[in-house]
Design a protein around this ligand. Sequence first.
Ligand SMILES: [Zn+2]
Ligand SMILES: [Zn+2]
Length: 274
Amino acid sequence: MASFEDVMPSAADVKAAFGDRGVGDTDRVVAVLVSGRAVERSTWSDEVEVSETDFDRLLDEDAPTPDVNDFNGAKFRALDPRSRGAKVRRCTECLYRPENGRCLRCNGTGKLQVGSDDWVNCSGCIEGIALPCSVCNGTRRAVLVKIAFGEDVVRRFAHIFLPELPFPLREPLTLFFKNRTSVPDVLSIDLRDDFAAADAYRGRRSRAEVKGHRADAALALARNYVDRIHRLPRMAAVEAGAFAWPMVVGAFAGDADPSVVVVRDELGSVCRFG
Ligand SMILES: [Zn+2]
Ligand SMILES: [Zn+2]
């Protein structure tokens, strides 16, 4: 598939798909497919006491740039900007520890009594000397800060927007596009482009076109869909792609109403619906 035209059903494809009954009026249309990935970022903050070393590290750390390709999801912590000027003070975690490090749990003996005769080693110390404070690591100096904890989750999204088509054709076509394993790159479009049809005869209402193919409101709906994802709360990054997939809608010779759609799949095989 080297170009948009390679995916377009040819006149011969259409004729073959209609068979003996013959081809009546035909109309070229596009389905607009949107797919992408977004990073949903949740954060919550908490006031915590950290060591001076941790504080210095936090001053250098920023929340990571959201990455739509990181399916493992990033977990991070970042200093609340208001805490950048926080002052070092006495660590409250070890406020009531004796200066000599005597373990208060076993009263410095290193043993705890279990039952009437049994003794076990105290888990809070080594031979009566308490383990270093888990906050200040024994320096007795700590900083009270607000930390934002965050988590990124990558979400995939996809939607199919069809032009105006006879109702019975909509469901099989939706299914057809849902089942595609890939979308030819040559069908890629930029939703920010102006697709308004130049044809004054048809009016500019919702008559958007892609390479002469009727898209109706599908382009505007696709654009709204992507805009809505951008505006969702907590969306830290959005990467979306749009594609216009050409089809031919037609009526059998002698019929007034279109009832058949001819479309090529990603491998070039011609499919007929209706
Ligand atoms: Zn102890
Ligand atoms: Zn401490």
